[in-house]
Design a protein around this ligand. Structure first.
Ligand SMILES: [Zn+2]
Length: 112
């Protein structure tokens, strides 16, 4: 049986960023967007579950990416207040497999 599985990375924007930050690299004002990256596990390209959400910043002017460990403490406190919600579609596969499992249990124990 051929079973293709693995992990992929997706990036999401915050719905309400609470204002953009200033870039310390190119000294532009208000050009740093706050984003989040997460990984999801998939089987046959159907997302099963998401994990490992990490906040990052990206300057729209100089394209500099900064990960959590590279962000100064003052900015990091502001960034950590922003909530990111992983879309439900990245958990759709686990719901699908639970339905199959429930159907299997129903078939074995209820119908016999
Ligand atoms: Zn910049």
């Amino acid at each position: 049986m051929l079973l293709i599985f693995g992990t992929r990375i997706r990036q999401i924007k915050a719905k309400n960023e609470g204002g953009r930050l200033n870039c310390s690299h190119c000294k532009s004002n208000g050009t740093v967007a706050i984003l989040a990256r997460f990984k999801y596990f998939h089987i046959l390209w159907i997302p099963i579950f998401a994990y490992g959400l990490k906040r990052i910043t990206c300057c729209t002017h100089c394209k500099q990416f900064r990960y959590t460990s590279e962000i100064p403490q003052g900015e990091l406190m502001r960034i950590n207040k922003i909530e990111f919600k992983i879309p439900l579609k990245y958990y759709s596969g686990s719901g699908f497999f639970m339905l199959i499992f429930a159907n299997l249990i129903f078939t074995i124990f209820i119908l016999n």
